[in-house]
Design a protein around this ligand. Structure first.
Ligand code: ADP
Ligand code: MG
Length: 140
């Protein structure tokens, strides 16, 4: 399996509850390595650009509002099969459907306030990493 990088975000519902460390521990426990990390508070424009692919979805405006409602932690995770592995550790988008032991099952509040983001394809991982970090900010 190839070593990949993926973009992970700890969302405002999790920073608010002071559980970023608990979430990072889950990711690290699954063998993913944090090779870039920053706590930021996005402007509306940045959230809209990041979630551009969902622009036509009915939940888009609320999602953008939520993502700018507080600080978030953006991070690049590296590891074998990192894109898929991160999504496995995260669990299903809707916490009610997430498997036991996943981050969303254990920490998410709702379908919207679901604590974490993870890139879903290599193309999106590259796009999202490039949107969030300069090359020099990613160090293995
Ligand atoms: P994922 O984050 O699992 O990749 P999506 O890319 O489909 O899920 O959606 C992006 C984010 O938008 C979700 O993580 C969630 O915060 C929010 N979201 C998705 N679907 C809904 C919905 N039906 N109602 C409200 N919020 C939603
Ligand atoms: Mg997605």
């Amino acid at each position: 399996m190839a070593i990949e990088r993926t973009l992970s975000i700890i969302k405002p519902d999790a920073t608010e509850r002071n559980i970023t460390g608990l979430i990072v521990a889950r990711l690290e426990g699954a063998g993913l390595r944090v090779v870039a990390q920053q706590r930021v508070w996005w402007k509306k424009k940045h959230a809209e650009e990041f979630y551009e692919m969902h622009k036509k979805r009915p939940f888009f405006d609320d999602l953008v509002k939520f993502m700018v409602s507080g600080p978030i932690v953006i991070q690049v995770l590296e590891g074998e099969d990192a894109i898929k592995k991160n999504r496995e550790v995260m669990g299903a988008t809707n916490p009610e459907e997430a498997d036991a032991g996943t981050i969303r099952k254990d920490f998410a509040i709702s379908l919207e306030k679901n604590s974490v983001h993870g890139s879903d394809t290599p193309e999106n991982a590259k796009r999202e990493i490039d949107l969030c970090f300069k090359k020099s900010e990613i160090v293995g």
